[in-house]
Design a binder for this molecule. Structure first.
Ligand code: FES
Length: 121
């Protein structure tokens, strides 16, 4: 099964990708220049912003809840579940990192905001 990926910040270019393979793999194979590092979902280098559609990225461990809520996905593990639209590259990273001096954490955010931290004290 394939889905269509639209890359909004690359002239809305369209790619057909396999639902069973990572977006990083499928898009790079078709000539899209994407940054990456570890390729197992741990380093955040390949993050992109999902602007529509759904992906399966259960294997990612790089993003915290805030980043997930901002729509970030980890291309080296994410597989498309529907047709999707993305913004890629460093231009898409505007909300990925947060400057603690300009935008300090609120008291309830001071504990590590890790997506998988449930059950720890
Ligand atoms: S390349 Fe490291 S998280 Fe994707």
């Amino acid at each position: 099964m394939t889905h269509t990926v639209k890359i909004e910040n690359r002239d809305n270019s369209l790619y057909e990708v396999d639902a069973k393979r990572s977006l990083l793999e499928s898009l790079r194979e078709q000539g899209v220049d994407l940054p990456y590092g570890c390729k197992y979902g741990g380093c955040i280098t390949c993050a992109a912003k999902l602007t529509s559609g759904k992906v399966d990225q259960r294997r990612q461990v790089a993003l915290n809840n805030r980043q997930l809520n901002e729509g970030y996905i980890i291309l080296c593990v994410a597989r498309p579940k529907t047709d999707i639209s993305l913004k890629i590259g460093v231009e898409s990273h505007d909300k990925l990192y947060r400057n603690p001096f300009l935008d300090p954490l609120k008291p309830h955010e001071l504990k590590a905001d890790i997506a998988t931290s449930k059950g720890e004290n």
